[in-house]
Ligand binder design. Sequence first.
Ligand SMILES: [Zn+2]
Length: 115
Amino acid sequence: MSEKKKKSKKVLQAEKRERAMIEGILEGSPDGIGVVVIRLECGCRKMAAVSKTGDPASKVIIYRDHAESICDKCKEDNGDFMRVSESFIHWVEPAPSEEKQREINIKVLGSQSVN
Ligand SMILES: [Zn+2]
């Protein structure tokens, strides 16, 4: 029972630089209860705030670390979901219930309607 489950499940968490971005997005999105973080194969990132109903609460932001602009591929396809390597939602504390999280996850990431 007291066993620590530290790495039993892969939990995706925002990296330091992503967090800075996330905070910026949330500042401009009062309705946001979380931010969808999409990591693309090419290294670019796509993010958007999500509301408690699972709807977009901000514009989709696409950027690339240490670069003035996103890569050519993303310019072409706007970060197509076929090239997504990882995606998750960074929740604002206190995070919604697991059930709610799952619901929003499916709505947002399952349908790929973030665009
Ligand atoms: Zn890219």
